[in-house]
Write a protein that binds this ligand. Structure first.
Ligand SMILES: C[S@@+](CC[C@H](N)C(=O)[O-])C[C@H]1O[C@@H](n2cnc3c(N)ncnc32)[C@H](O)[C@@H]1O
Length: 439
């Protein structure tokens, strides 16, 4: 299985060329056969149409069974949206194993995304991913969900199979999805027939993308939030500016060459706590937004603070097998403010008595004359006690993604917290929290 790169012979690997040279038979899609025609003299050539992919695999196996050396060729990398997968599926279904007499070799090639990137600058020097817009074999909702996830996660993205004569709206839908999360001016490279005769390159803005000439032989590269165009080059920074004053200058204060950033895995929670200490006015939600993390991570960071840390905030995780006890505990804390956030952004605040909570199967409910509240308890996977001195004391429940399911907070009476109820809250914290509350 030979990936011969984007098209031009000089971009073909040495092994790809030698494999074709060694072969008795070369099998491929008509266009691919044309691209390697100079290497085919004296060989048996089997040309197949675009939709005959499985036929190509079967033909390759049949020819190999006759004792011939066969090259099944594909442009780019044969393992990237290529024939490697279907060929193994056909072989394994036919009873072939890696130990059988017919040996199989996959020869990698330069795939379209790296070939196209090389022609426009350096757009892929940070995290990227690829999505094929072809819905011939993949349901559109699957493609749409992936587009949404990567658009949101700020990956640079390569769109393979962006458009064809029949499939014209997929690129329009992709553009709409990206515009939900990215600046309309985000750079986009549209590269057609890279390293082939009709090579054409367009550098445009995201909001112009779907109006351009795009076809079957085009790959579209969409930048992330830091990608820029300068001197006609599309560049995605590697992140040197996070650490160094200038790309060739000294490390910034607190950063060390060869070490994780202060905002790396080891350090970022300490950074968050420092930010919290400096911004006492900000809500937990605002802190989570600032660090672009689920709110549960904010509580986890506070709960992991060293004991001597004099924070305005404190939090303690509750053991997962104590979650029911935590709900029972709040029954003793008098009048409470319940806060529920819906996924679509509505915030519901209710005054309730913890003792009204009733647990039935998967539901935690309160039904009274004023409201019916039903919380899907099976969604709750972690909980934290949290306190903000003299301002807020309560219990916060999160789902497995760290999103808030609900919280209950002690309420003030006549401008202050009732000391008996606050004592009761603190005792429950000492009993159920993994970390003690500090006075
Ligand atoms: C079925 S995929 C095959 C991908 C191939 N195996 C690879 O690794 O590049 C076909 C898609 O690859 C992209 N493509 C392949 N060759 C290309 C080239 N020379 N220039 C631009 N895009 C190309 C286009 O998006 C095209 O629709």
């Amino acid at each position: 299985m030979v990936g011969f790169g984007p098209g031009a012979e000089e971009h073909m690997s040495f092994r790809a060329k030698s494999a074709i040279a060694e072969s008795d038979v070369v099998i491929g899609y008509t266009t691919y056969i044309k691209l390697v025609k100079d290497l085919l003299e004296g060989k048996e050539v089997v040309r197949k149409g675009m939709t005959e992919e499985i036929d190509r695999c079967i033909e390759a196996y049949e020819q190999a069974k006759l004792g011939k050396k066969v090259s099944l060729i594909s442009s780019g990398d044969i393992g990237v949206y290529g024939m490697a997968g279907p060929t193994y599926e056909v072989l394994l279904k036919a009873g072939w194993t890696p130990k059988s007499d017919i040996s199989v070799e996959i020869i990698p090639g330069s795939t379209a995304l790296s070939a196209c990137a090389s022609l426009v600058g350096a757009p892929l020097t940070h995290d990227f991913c690829s999505i094929s817009l072809s819905d011939l074999l993949t349901p559109w909702p699957t493609i749409a969900r992936r587009l949404d996830a990567v658009a949101q996660a700020d990956f640079v993205i390569a769109l393979y199979n962006p458009k064809s004569g029949r499939r014209t709206q997929q690129i329009v839908e992709a553009q709409k999805t990206f515009l939900k999360y990215r600046d309309p001016a985000t750079p986009v490279a549209i590269v057609k027939s890279a390293y082939r005769r009709r090579q054409a390159i367009q550098l445009v803005r995201l909001d112009e993308m779907a109006d351009q000439e795009i076809g079957m032989l085009t790959t579209v590269l969409i930048g992330n939030s830091s990608t820029y165009i300068e001197q006609g080059l599309m560049i995605t920074p590697r992140g040197y500016s996070n650490k160094y004053n200038d790309i060739t200058g000294d490390a910034k204060e607190g950063e060390q060459a060869g070490r994780s950033l202060t905002m790396g895995l080891e350090g970022w929670k300490a950074c968050l706590r420092e930010y919290l200490a400096q911004h006492t006015e900000l809500s937990w939600e605002k802190i989570a937004d600032y660090f672009n993390v689920p709110i549960g991570e904010v509580f986890s960071a506070i709960a992991q603070a060293p004991d001597d840390n004099n924070l305005n905030y404190q939090a303690a995780k509750i053991d997962s097998h104590h979650l029911n006890q935590a709900v029972n505990a709040c029954k003793k804390w008098g009048r409470l403010r319940g806060v529920i956030r819906t996924e679509s952004g509505a915030i519901v605040e209710l005054f309730l008595q913890g003792e009204e909570f009733k647990q039935k199967a998967d539901w935690l409910s309160i039904e009274n004359d004023a409201f019916h509240l039903h919380i899907n308890w099976s969604k709750v996977s972690s909980a934290y006690f949290a306190a903000r001195k003299d301002k807020s004391y309560g219990l916060h429940f999160f789902d497995q993604h760290g999103q808030l399911v609900f919280r209950v907070l002690l309420t003030k009476q006549e401008g202050g917290f009732n000391s008996t109820l606050l004592n009761s809250f603190q005792q429950d914290w000492q009993l159920l929290g993994q970390k003690e509350i500090q006075e």
